[in-house]
Design a protein around this ligand. Structure first.
Ligand SMILES: [Zn+2]
Ligand SMILES: [Zn+2]
Length: 61
């Protein structure tokens, strides 16, 4: 699977992966390789990585 274009999250880096959930093309820093999804989907999954999160998800890194 090849992805061309810019990351749909930061729109600055070249997209290297495609989110398995929403299909967004994202760069390496906005892709959760362990889950195979973009950071937006990873955070929407309700991962338990972030303890005490109040709902707002930081867009940066
Ligand atoms: Zn990005
Ligand atoms: Zn996604």
């Amino acid at each position: 699977m090849s992805v061309t274009g810019l990351c749909q999250i930061c729109e600055r880096r070249e997209a290297e992966y495609a989110c398995h959930r929403c299909g967004a093309a994202v760069c390496s820093i906005h892709f959760e390789t362990e889950q195979g999804v973009c950071v937006n989907c990873a955070s929407a999954e309700g991962t338990e990585d972030v303890a005490g999160g109040a709902g707002d998800v930081p867009e940066f890194r």
